[in-house]
Design a protein. Structure first.
Length: 460
């Protein structure tokens, strides 16, 4: 017997759009699983959906503008499909529900972060369907319907943040640090690996603060060590680390781990001491430099990604030049660049000496061009090398090619490897000789298959 809901002799369907960061994507995956287990069917075409859901990002103004634009697009569907319902969820609802409803009053429901857990009941009520009990599985973690390929998944280890960076809205939106128990995380990691995940991307607002609220001490390294023996898992990738909390234990673990990728996401935000102090980052330039040097000593060839903000209040030409000099010295492998966004309610919103928008834009574009040039230089140095690449998917435009990533490339943010070769399979590894490169991607040819290091075996 089918478990799908039917109304007027057809399936009840939903379409979900997830905006913002991977943490938001995990929330979306939980909502999709809840709806699917409730009997609804996920569809790719919004026009054919009974319910349209937008999981919003409210971190900065640009993200809110995008969220509103997407919401309005979904509401426009109702003109031609009056029976549709539009639900808005996520950070924008959490931060300011009243403002959101004032701007888009025609939405049928607005759910904050806690209310997302009851989305299946909200949908049933909106569609006048019979209520049912929420799904309660045997696993200690909420089920997810992965939006990523089955061989890669995000693993969220905590939510919220205890830092007080002066520009950041996350503590206001997501609240204080709330770590998940180690046993729960390990159970989910094992389940994801059994489902085919070869790579787990470890995420949180700050992964390095993991466990402090639960255990009274930082337990990230203990968690990572416990995941070393998960069968089938090949890569663990660490994102969103806080520079002052990258300690000796974590650096040592990079030197000895079999599965931790030679990659770390280390957002420094700036390279001038005065600006770092005004940002309340708690990092000195000497400490940042020592941390980077120690990571490179512990793991030869480690790829270090960072992000910086330009145009913070009070940033002079000298401060910006100091940032450029710092980036030149530290030679990060990836540099993400963001223009400062003034957010009401944050300490930095009250700082004097705002940088003119035109100046912010000039510095942003200059640094963006510089980062692209540096990326191209580093990529060109990889031409001729042989990399172990995780195959992600076939090139939709040419079946002779596939796209994948080597361990120095995180999903969605670091570019990819385009592979020429036959008998390549998503979720498997291949040895690829790099033949060309641009500022975003690497290009290469498969030279032979290799055998997995995992106990699962099999030629890849």
């Amino acid at each position: 017997m089918s478990t799908h809901l039917h109304t007027r002799n057809r399936l009840v369907t939903f379409h979900l759009i997830s905006l913002g960061c991977p943490k938001n994507l995990v929330d979306s995956e939980k909502m999709m699983a809840s709806l699917a287990l409730s009997g609804l069917v996920l569809v790719d075409d919004p026009e054919s959906a009974d319910v349209l859901i937008v999981n919003t990002c409210g971190f900065i103004k640009a993200a809110r503008d995008e969220s509103y634009s997407v919401i309005l697009e979904q509401l426009a569907q109702k003109i031609h499909h009056p029976g549709q319902r539009v639900i808005v969820t996520g950070c924008m609802v959490q931060d300011n529900r009243e403002e959101l409803l004032a701007r888009v009053p025609r939405v049928d429901a607005a759910l904050d972060l806690a209310e997302q857990e009851s989305i299946s009941q909200v949908v049933r009520s909106l569609l006048d369907l019979p209520r049912n009990g929420d799904y309660r599985g045997v696993d200690p973690f909420p089920p997810r319907l992965l939006a990523t390929p089955s061989h890669v998944a995000y693993l969220q280890i905590s939510d919220g943040c205890f830092h007080q960076c002066s520009f950041c809205t996350i503590p206001r939106i997501r609240g204080k640090l709330r770590s998940r128990p180690i046993e729960e995380i390990l159970a989910e990691a094992r389940a994801l690996a059994r489902g085919g995940a070869r790579e787990l991307v470890v995420i949180a607002q700050d992964t390095t603060s993991y466990g402090f609220d639960l255990y009274g001490e930082f337990r990230l390294v203990d968690l990572l060590k416990a995941m070393e023996d998960i069968e089938g898992l090949e890569w663990l990738r660490l994102m969103y680390t806080y520079p002052t909390l990258v300690d000796s234990r974590l650096i040592h673990h990079y030197g000895e781990s079999r599965k931790l990728c030679s990659y770390i996401d280390l957002p420094v935000q700036h390279g001038d001491s005065e600006i770092l102090s005004a940002m309340r980052r708690g990092s000195s330039l000497d400490h940042l430099t020592r941390t980077i040097d120690r990571l490179r000593e512990a793991r030869r060839g480690i790829v270090i990604r960072t992000s910086v903000i330009v145009g913070f209040p009070g940033e002079t030409e000298e401060h910006f030049e100091n940032l450029m000099q710092f980036l030149e010295r530290t030679k990060f492998d990836r540099v993400g660049v963001f223009p400062y966004s003034r957010e009401e309610g944050t300490p930095s919103a009250d700082l004097p000496n705002e940088v003119p928008e035109e100046t912010i834009r000039e510095r942003y574009e200059y640094l963006l061009d510089w980062a692209a040039e540096q990326a191209l230089k580093r990529h060109k140095k990889q031409v001729g090398s042989v990399l172990r690449v995780l195959v992600d998917h076939e090139d939709p435009e040419d079946p002779r090619y596939f796209w994948g990533r080597w361990e120095g490339q995180a999903p969605d943010v670091d570019g990819r490897v385009r592979i020429q070769g036959r008998r390549l399979r998503p979720g498997r590894f291949a040895r690829v000789r790099i033949t060309d490169a641009d500022e975003d991607n690497l290009y290469g040819t498969r030279i032979e298959s290799i055998r997995s290091k995992s106990k699962s075996g099999g030629t890849e």
